[in-house]
Design a protein around this ligand. Structure first.
Ligand code: SF4
Length: 116
């Protein structure tokens, strides 16, 4: 991360770059200098423009899921940020995850005892 993090931050702050996370290119038309690109955007269920990255949602989220960043070697909450230095600094909610009935929020640990 130490070599790529500065580039991620620079890209996130660049005035001519719009970050479209969790997006997939489905069609490209046109030619050099005049492309038209069609994307399929996956919902985050959290408004990136309003999220401050405070992690309060992950602290109270009662749904543990396999961690996405480390391919399931640790658990994370369904409300999550992919990794601490993620750009944008905003959380997302994993769709399809649901808490077992009556499950209270419990702390989970990531690698080396880090919190989600
Ligand atoms: S991290 Fe979670 S609780 Fe904090 S602002 Fe973002 S969505 Fe809201």
């Amino acid at each position: 991360m130490c070599t790529i993090s500065p580039k991620l931050v620079e890209t996130g702050r660049h005035l001519n770059i719009a970050l479209l996370t969790d997006s997939e290119v489905t069609k490209v038309e046109g030619e050099a200098g005049n492309f038209r690109v069609t994307l399929k955007r996956k919902p985050r269920y959290i408004d990136v423009s309003k999220c401050t990255g405070c992690s309060d949602c992950a602290q109270v989220c009662p749904v543990p899921i396999a961690g996405r960043f480390d391919e399931g070697m640790a658990q994370q909450r369904a409300a999550f940020k992919l990794y601490p230095q993620a750009v944008p600094n905003a959380y997302a909610i994993e769709s399809g995850a649901s808490p077992p009935a009556g499950t209270p929020a419990q702390p989970v640990s990531g690698p080396k005892g880090t919190s989600p």
